[in-house]
Design a protein around this ligand. Structure first.
Ligand code: FAD
Ligand code: SIN
Length: 531
């Protein structure tokens, strides 16, 4: 039994573990090896106010502006104001950021990304996420109070009814040898990241299958704003890379560095659509690219960074340079073919400003959570910041609560279903279901939506879900099956949320309601599986 069970080893889970381990025993379970996460692939960096030319009020205003009326000011203020302290924490845990020397002093180098009115992106070249992930994972591995269980997939939360309230007491976890075991804990943190894998084209790695939202839903936690899936405008065109499941991101920082989007005929189109041109907010850039491609029947657009000095570009983006070269593109001389791809889930498990959900003992932080910062559209490089700030806040709350929490149950009910025998044949069905869901989400629930498309998608996903549940009952439990079940559920929840929003706002754009409904106060789409 642990004091704290942490599910997920990205920036949210690792930083929460480091903060709480001073006060109790932490068990951290993670699906693959401990460094595999969305965090590991973050490129641009962390938005934070550290320059004299910037101010908290500016960063708050930019974030609220991007959020299109749905960001919660208190959450945004907490994130922005506490940001500089959390960057210091990261540095103390060993994270190094790019810097330059000025008057014999080290000064953090700051990048610019879409929607930011100032240069404020702290980064480590173009591999900030890897730097954060590896430093924090190393710290956790060395900590005597933290036990890391790799290749361990949480399947469902263990929830008890107590005086008409629900309390989370841990989770069922599938280990690599295929054993299902309960891990009991006084506090459980969901830090399972996003759900990009619900879509056919995504910048997210294979772990991002929405497990946290699905587990929380089944446990009756409140979920909000799932219609706001953010599509990143510039992923390397999949045909270039042989169509790998994870699309390689070309950071927005490339446009912040002078990169220009061009049609195949070379025309630079973004200034026709927005005064900020190539640095317009992400939803607008993604929609504009989608429109240009569809209206011209073209499969991609180009990103041109050849206007900068080659040495400077190579030094600033060494990883993007290396990967592009692997596909025979030298970005110092050639334009990069790019397309939008599913990138970030702005909605998630509803929490207060301390990561607490509506289930006692259950916290959620990071991309899995919806604390109210991002609203209808996330500002670039705000998510690593949000995760580290609210992990700290959640840890402060959890360490206070951990001693007040009553003793954990001695026995837990067995997890329902999943007792069938292994049947290799059925994997054909599971793989086909996974592909079909991802494809129909891409085709019907993508950058531009309509009621007809959403209703068609819901009918089809509902049918596939029934088949998946049947497979889940018959077949021996595997990680693939756990993920498929979660992808199917999260897809249905995204569509349901999208159908509820009868307006276009931020990332949700529907041809049936093309305007933002200014007449009514902006509202979250909250859904809840009341059992
Ligand atoms: P993650 O880092 O995704 O970690 C989730 C963890 O949970 C993983 O360890 C995973 O294995 C584990 N997990 C999932 N399900 C289970 C389960 N069932 N059981 C056990 N473990 C589980 N944001 C920025 O602010 N700046 C950027 O520059 C930036 N660049 C990005 C570039 C790319 C390519 C991508 C994909 C995202 C980028 N983002 C960026 C977004 C940002 O990286 C993520 O939102 C953030 O890292 C999420 O952190 P997290 O800790 O919540 O989740
Ligand atoms: C990027 O580098 O473009 C990604 C930044 C982000 O998603 O915040």
């Amino acid at each position: 039994m642990s004091d704290f069970l942490v599910i997920g080893s990205g920036i949210a889970g690792l930083s929460f573990a480091l903060e709480t381990a001073r006060f109790g025993k932490v068990t951290l379970v993670t699906k693959k090896q401990n460094t595999e996460s969305n965090t590991n692939y973050a490129q641009g960096g962390i938005a934070v106010v550290v320059s004299d030319e910037d101010s908290f009020e500016r960063h708050i205003a930019d974030t609220l502006q991007a959020g299109a009326g749905l960001s919660k000011r208190p959450a945004v203020q907490a994130m922005v104001r506490e940001g500089p302290q959390r960057i210091e924490n990261l540095a103390a845990w060993g994270v190094e950021f790019s810097y330059y020397w000025k008057d014999n002093k080290k000064v953090l180098a700051l990048g610019r990304e879409g929607g930011h009115s100032r240069d404020r992106i702290v980064h480590k070249a173009d591999h900030t996420g890897q730097e954060v992930e590896q430093s924090l994972a190393k710290r956790c591995a060395e900590h005597p109070n933290i036990v890391i269980e790799e290749h361990s997939t949480a399947v469902d939360l263990i929830v008890k009814e107590e005086h008409a309230r629900k309390r989370c007491c841990g989770a069922w976890v599938l280990t690599q040898p295929g054993e299902l075991k309960p891990i009991l804990a006084k506090v459980t943190l969901l830090a399972t990241g996003g759900c990009g894998q619900v879509y056919l084209h995504t910048t997210n790695p294979s772990i991002a299958t929405g497990d946290g939202v699905a587990m929380a839903w089944r446990a009756s936690a409140k979920i909000a704003n799932l219609e706001f899936m953010q599509f990143h405008p510039t992923a390397l065109y999949p045909s270039t890379t042989g169509g790998e499941a994870q699309a390689f991101l070309i950071s927005e920082a490339v446009r912040g560095f002078g990169g220009v989007l061009r049609r195949l005929d070379g025309y630079a189109f973004m200034t026709d659509y927005h005064p900020l041109g190539d640095l317009a907010p992400r939803d607008i850039v993604a929609r504009t690219i989608d429109r240009e491609m569809k209206s011209r029947g073209e499969d991609y657009v180009f990103l041109d960074i050849t206007g900068r000095q080659p040495e400077e570009t190579r030094e600033r983006f060494p990883n993007i340079h290396r990967v592009c070269l692997r596909y025979n593109i030298d970005f110092t001389r050639q334009w990069i073919p790019v397309v939008p791809a599913a990138h970030y889930m702005c909605g998630g498990v509803v929490t207060d400003l301390f990561g607490r959900t509506n289930i006692d003992g259950l916290y959620a932080v990071g991309e899995v959570a919806c604390v109210g910062v991002h609203g209808a559209n996330r500002l670039a490089s705000n998510s690593l910041l949000e995760a580290v700030v609210f992990a700290h806040r959640a840890a402060e709350s959890a360490v206070k609560q951990v001693n007040e929490i009553p003793k954990l149950p001695k026995t837990v009910e067995l997890l329902n279903g999943s007792v069938g025998d292994s049947n290799e044949e059925e994997w054909v069905l599971a793989a086909s279901d996974r592909f079909q869901i991802r494809k129909l989400m891409w085709d019907y629930v993508g950058i531009v939506r309509s009621t007809l498309r959403l209703e068609r998608a819901l009918r089809r996903v509902t049918l596939i879900r029934k088949e998946v549940e049947d497979l889940y009952r018959r077949t021996k439990l595997t990680v693939g099956l756990v993920e498929l079940r979660n992808i199917a559920l999260v897809a249905a929840l995204i569509i349901r949320s999208a159908l509820q929003r009868r307006e276009s706002r931020g990332l949700h754009w529907t041809t049936d309601y093309p305007a933002c409904d200014e007449a009514k106060p902006a509202r979250d789409t909250v859904i809840w599986n009341r059992k």
